[in-house]
Write a protein of this length. Structure first.
Length: 403
């Protein structure tokens, strides 16, 4: 069996049961089922699947006097950008996807956006936070998550409040998302009066951070900001702990937002993570489940706790569904108009898209929170620690106070 046939077989495995074509909305996407992005991508995929199954169980999306069941067609992009455009082209031309969900990560999303714009297919982006694709005049790309420039803003404000003279080491993956986050964070840190003593990137495939940790120690930094995705972020946290870097503050992108991070034990304690969503933060939704309902239902379905990737995956489906129902149509231009008019709150938070042609589709309303790994009844748990009005526990500083 050739590779293309294997891909087709994979699509069948991950698609929902077949329905009559004229009563079905087909949504196409790739997920990183394999490769270094597979941990982060899994949560996003599960959130999307949970939304799909709930919609279908309730009779489908209702628009224009019809009820549409939702079918997914999914391929494994293997965390490789070079596969994404080929697969999204296949989704449009051969699988006849009417709508698209983005892959996980900014780099893969940027590649997929080229195809969605070329074919005039709406793509809901819950996996890529880098804003560059939204500055190119795209008309069909809509981001439901907070953009990368704002990821570490809360961490920097919290750190500056605790130590206005902190010496910060910024060490991050050499990928579009991480570089964008840290470039913005560097300016925000300097504006806050913090001293950035190290600014260095590493290859995303790095597994030995020993030399980098030695540089961090030599820089006399007492605060760390950086990371990338799960594999490198978790490894970096563990090796800083093993080499006794003795940071008073650690904020790492993505990795600490996954429950798996608790397996690091002492290396996880006190580590903070900017998060798109945490179950402790409760919004009153205009439609859809409450935070408690989503978290309970997700855990019952997957026997795993929902993280912010899962929440953003569900939100991407809920926002698309809302737009179709508001448009009372599945015609792309009518759904685009409904998305442009969207200003709603779900359990995930507020969602509103820029309608400025210079930044069309960029998320302008959703807000991040900062979570920290702390001990509770001898267990490691993530607590929301910033902003203070949303906090579920006080911020622990320095990290040694949590150990």
């Amino acid at each position: 069996m050739n590779r293309l046939c294997l891909l087709a077989a994979a699509a069948t495995l991950f698609a929902a049961p077949a329905f009559a074509q004229d009563d079905t909305i087909t949504i196409g996407m790739t997920n990183s089922l394999t490769g270094p992005l597979n941990v982060d991508s899994l949560g996003l995929q599960r959130g999307e699947e949970y939304w799909r199954d709930e919609v279908n169980a309730a009779g489908g999306i209702k628009a224009g006097g019809k009820s549409y069941k939702v079918k997914f067609v999914t391929y494994d992009d293997q965390s490789v950008g070079g596969r994404v455009q080929q697969l999204y082209t296949r989704l449009v031309n051969q699988d006849h996807a009417q709508f698209l969900f983005s892959p996980y990560s900014s780099g893969l999303t940027a590649a997929a956006a080229v195809i969605s714009e070329q074919y005039g297919k709406i793509m809901i982006d819950a996996g890529g936070a880098e804003k560059k694709p939204f500055l190119l005049g795209n008309k069909y790309l809509f981001m439901v998550i907070t953009q990368a420039d704002d990821y570490l803003a809360g961490a920097i404000k919290a750190l500056a409040q605790k130590n206005p003279h902190a010496r910060v080491a910024m060490v991050y993956s050499d990928d579009p998302f991480s570089k964008t986050v840290l470039a913005a964070a560097k300016g925000q840190a300097k504006d806050a009066g913090l001293d950035v003593v190290m600014d260095e990137s590493y290859a995303p495939s790095t597994t030995d951070f020993g030399p980098i940790v030695n540089k961090i120690i030599s820089s006399n930094a007492d605060a760390f900001l950086g990371g990338g995705h799960y594999s490198d972020g978790a490894t970096l946290a563990r090796q800083m702990y093993d080499q006794r870097a003795n940071m008073k503050w650690i904020s790492i992108l993505v990795a600490p937002g996954d429950d798996k991070f608790a397996e690091l034990g002492g290396a996880a304690l006190g580590v903070t993570v900017p998060s798109q969503w945490e179950p402790q933060v409760s919004y009153k939704p205009d439609f859809g489940p409450t935070t408690a309902e989503f978290a309970k239902g997700f855990e019952a379905k997957f026997h795993a706790k929902a993280d912010y990737h899962a929440a953003s995956g569900y939100a991407s489906g809920a926002i698309l569904q809302h737009a179709i129902e508001q448009a009372q149509s599945i015609e792309p231009e009518k759904v685009v108009a409904a998305l442009n008019a969207t200003d709603v709150t779900t359990f995930f938070g507020r969602v509103k898209f820029s309608t400025d042609p210079a930044s069309h589709g960029l998320q302008v309303a959703h807000q991040m929170v900062l979570a920290q790994w702390q001990k509770s009844d001898d267990k490691l748990v993530r607590q929301v620690v910033w902003p203070q009005q949303a906090a579920s526990a006080p911020l622990i500083y320095p990290i040694s106070a949590s150990q």
